[in-house]
Design a protein around this ligand. Structure first.
Ligand SMILES: [Zn+2]
Length: 120
């Protein structure tokens, strides 16, 4: 992806105060669908993704993942359209909530969060 917003724009404004919807710099400058921003505790590697560009469908773990300092993104493995942007800035409360919720992938998520913390 060459149209990634500069790192200093991320992650910043998650909620559009006018509509209450999540917004991204990317989204504001594009028409149509755009990569969905998630908090790390909401990310589920088993969640089914659908690419709006090439119709690829599959679980998030099969997407191509690129990691940055404060986020990673999941792109379509076929056409590289960015599908998800996940903030890796998590609070302990969020981490515990994710584990307590017990959704599919939460245990993996929690394990990854712990790895991230260990690297700091
Ligand atoms: Zn695609």
């Amino acid at each position: 992806m060459t149209d990634r917003p500069p790192a200093e724009n991320w992650p910043q404004v998650w909620i559009d105060p006018a509509t209450g919807e999540r917004q991204t710099t990317l989204g504001r400058h594009r028409s149509g669908p755009y990569a969905k921003p998630l908090r790390y505790s909401e990310y589920d590697e088993n969640a089914q993704l659908a690419c709006w560009n090439c119709d690829w469908r599959g679980p998030a773990r099969e997407g191509s993942r690129e990691s940055y300092e404060e986020l990673f993104d999941i792109s379509c493995p076929r056409c590289e359209t960015m599908l998800l942007i996940v903030s890796t800035l998590v609070t302990l409360e969020e981490r515990n909530a994710a584990a307590a919720a017990g959704h599919p992938g939460a245990q993996t998520t929690v394990a990854e969060m712990e790895q991230m913390e260990a690297r700091r």
